[in-house]
Design a binder for this molecule. Structure first.
Ligand code: OFO
Length: 169
């Protein structure tokens, strides 16, 4: 059985992962409107990853005898009006998620739940990867500046990203 405070923290994070999925869907729509299909693909992978993150926690809570409480998902708001600004928002969002995962790990530590800490190790590593992936696209966008041809080249590159279902835990 899982500690009540930890169960609440997991339910809160499940909601944040589902919000991430929704936010990235909104960003995908933003790039669909610009007809930048490589970016659309990149966000499509992002959407699938966030769903996998949420499902990983839902399944885990279930496995531990906890009660999954699916809550309302906030309306996503895409900040920025250029690809660069949108990616700045992605990075800010991922940094926020990292802080929430760290908080979740703090709660698991507080209630001395080693099994949950073990699972959360995976999420902590995943956040390092997520921030690095976003940071790399962001760095390229900063180099590109106003160069439309270079933007189209990046778009081609982002079209090659594929979703690989993660093995969580
Ligand atoms: Fe983007 O890592 Fe989950 O939220």
């Amino acid at each position: 059985m899982i500690n009540e405070k930890l169960e609440e923290a997991f339910n809160d994070q499940i909601n944040k992962e589902l919000y991430s999925e929704y936010l990235y869907y909104a960003m995908k729509v933003y790039f669909q409107e610009l007809n930048l299909q490589g970016f659309v693909n990149w966000f499509d992978v992002q959407v699938q990853e966030e769903r996998a993150h949420a499902v990983g926690m839902i399944d885990y809570l279930n496995e531990r005898g906890g009660k999954v409480d699916l809550r309302a998902i906030e309306k996503p708001v895409v900040e920025g009006s250029t690809p660069l600004e949108v990616f700045e928002h992605v990075l800010r969002h991922e940094e926020y998620v990292t802080s929430r995962i760290n908080h979740l790990a703090d709660v698991a530590e507080e209630v001395r739940d080693r099994a949950a800490l073990n699972l959360l190790d995976w999420y902590i590593k995943e956040q390092v990867e997520e921030e690095a992936t976003v940071g790399s696209v962001l760095a390229t966008l900063r180099l590109i500046g106003e160069d439309k041809k270079a933007l189209l080249l990046l778009d081609k590159d982002l079209a090659t990203r594929t979703f690989v279902a993660p093995v969580i835990g």
